[in-house]
Design a protein around this ligand. Sequence first.
Ligand code: MD6
Ligand code: FE
Length: 220
Amino acid sequence: MNVNSDLFPCVRADIEELREGVVLLPGYCSTPELYKIVKRVLKFAPFRYMRTPGGRQMSVAITNCGSVGWLSDKNGYRYSEFDPLSQLAWPDMPPEFFELAKNAAAVAGYPDFEPDCCLVNCYSTEARLSAHQDKDELCFNHPIVSVSMGLSAIFKLYGTKRGGTALDIRLDDGDVLVFGGAARLAFHGVARVLARGPDGHQGLEFLPEQRINLTFRRAL
Ligand code: MD6
Ligand code: FE
């Protein structure tokens, strides 16, 4: 498939390996176009607040596209072919999404990455994502590709054991983070979403109050 894309690459700064396995592609994609595609996905599978297995409602609103989607409810975390809200299959992964994730992974050193799931997270400035490992996938040889849009966030990167001091990574609109290899099972979370500054630097005209993050995975 050849998707001619205005979405990437538009690199704002040098690509940087922040730690073994963690590669930041600053400003790698053009988010206005990406956001239009997100909105099409949302028509079929709107954002919703899921509950943790412990019964707490997450502050991050979630949806998915792809052949499977990530879920959390009282029965645990897992991937499912079906959206529990609609009982239908999740919307297909848009080809532009697939190409973006595949291309970013290749640039970061993973030429074989083919995502089957895109988890879409939506944060208000009050939302947080507590430290976790992404370990519901079948095989950890594949990286995770994370794309940030809208408001900036402070992403905390820990080691492969819980606790310790974190590396704080500011993720801005258009940044892509590729997370694999030695870091694939590192703990990480989102400590806070930064409100739009008075200079209007953070956030986007079309997404002034929120941060949206796409995480591409190979679940199966
Ligand atoms: C977020 N990201 O940035 C949440 N997981 O909103 C993640 O949880 C994540 O960015 C695995 C790999 C990269 C990520
Ligand atoms: Fe994660």
